[in-house]
Design a protein around this ligand. Structure first.
Ligand code: TXA
Ligand code: MG
Length: 340
């Protein structure tokens, strides 16, 4: 048996016996468990230290498996699945009564998606079980896009990691709520609101930035907290205008700068400044793919500040830049806005 087949075998055994397996998807690595086993799902919450009010996404191998976890499968879901699955799009639908309540954090709806990754599909298909899989990071932290990122957070005794190499997309799936009168977008991702509206033939409401208003209104999605995807070091966004002031402010401290602007150059005039520049691609898809690795690298330096060059969501790639900016805004939101 090949090493990969042996790894998959072990993963299947673990899932079937209520254990945790981190597996690759096209977006980020997920912390997988049998969605039909409430104890296994509980273990996911405990291992991630995820707030009990934050529901999980159920990962399925195909439309037929999705239909097992939802109460009904509306026409909108059929159209979107036919166009975008397997792929980085999660639907919120009414939950099937047979699915354990803990998956949905006690709510009446469930998120479901079919990931576009052969290893993920083999795992789900071989188990013949829907799998919950939140991003495989401690709650609130940076999502993992390599197997090593997962291993850095969890012991191999607690979480077996299926290594499928680096994730292609690099940021989490688009989340769309199909339980309301009109479809509404809860989380931006690589699949854009326009692409969804085109397939549905109707407008899509964008509720993705609601959590950022820091208002006291109930969140449309409990996981979409103002602060998320966050490094441990203080982090902030900057524009070209802020650049001189930023250098002044951190003149005596270690500053890590993450930029996608190849023309941004470090200063030559301040001898005391200790600055590390991490360069990201100027193309949005490539930027998204490398972002979380860059944030982790920056954090590992333990600087006084991580300053991230703010991308402008303009041009042909504007929707992808918007999804990136959503993550950057949450990653740089101060700690006092951390949700429960
Ligand atoms: O790309 C992805 O979606 C990755 C990979 C592993 O598939 N998973 C992921 O899961 O990002 P997680 O748990 O880190 O994020 C799921 C998001 C959270 O913001 C959660 O609140 C929201 O989806 N969500 C889940 N179920 C929901 C529901 N029933 N209603 C509203 N929001 C829901
Ligand atoms: Mg997450």
């Amino acid at each position: 048996m090949s090493t990969e087949a042996a790894q998959l075998d072990r993963a299947v055994d673990l899932i079937q016996s209520g254990g945790l397996v981190a597996f690759p998807t096209e977006t980020v690595y997920g912390l997988g468990a049998d969605a039909t086993n409430p104890e296994a799902v509980q273990l996911v919450y405990e291992t991630k230290q995820r707030p009990a009010a934050n529901p999980l996404i159920v990962h399925v191998a195909d439309i037929a498996m999705a239909q097992r976890v939802v109460l009904d499968w509306p026409d909108r879901a059929q159209k979107l699945a036919a166009s975008f699955w397997p792929g980085p799009l999660s639907f919120i639908l009414p939950k099937a009564p047979s699915l354990p309540g803990i998956v949905a954090a006690g709510g009446s709806t469930v998120a479901v998606r079919c990931p576009d990754h052969q290893l993920a599909l083999s795992l789900i298909g071989t188990c013949n079980l829907p799998l919950v899989a939140p991003s495989a990071n401690p709650s609130g932290g940076i999502s993992p896009t390599t197997a090593d990122h997962v291993r850095a957070s969890f012991s191999e005794n607690d979480v077996f990691v299926l290594d499928g190499g680096p994730c292609r997309a690099g940021i989490e799936s688009t989340v769309i709520d199909l339980t309301q009168h009109a479809p509404r977008l809860l989380r931006l991702g690589i699949i854009t609101p326009d692409a969804i509206a085109r397939v549905l033939g109707e407008p899509v409401t964008d509720s993705s930035s609601n959590a950022l208003s820091l208002s006291n209104q109930p969140l449309p999605s409990p996981g979409l907290l103002a602060r998320h995807y966050a490094p441990k070091a203080p982090a902030q966004l900057f524009t070209n205008n802020d650049w001189p002031a930023l250098l002044q402010r951190y003149a005596q401290q270690h500053l890590v700068v993450i930029t996608h602007d190849a023309t941004l150059t470090p200063p030559t005039h301040t001898a005391t400044l200790s600055i590390t520049i991490i360069r990201l691609p100027g193309e949005a898809m490539a930027y998204a793919r490398e972002l979380y690795t860059a944030l982790r690298e920056a954090d590992a330096i333990n600087p006084a500040c991580i300053a991230i060059h703010k991308p402008e969501p303009v041009g042909e790639q504007a929707p992808i830049w918007s999804a990136i900016l959503d993550r950057l805004t949450r990653a740089t939101t101060p700690v006092e806005h951390t949700g429960s």
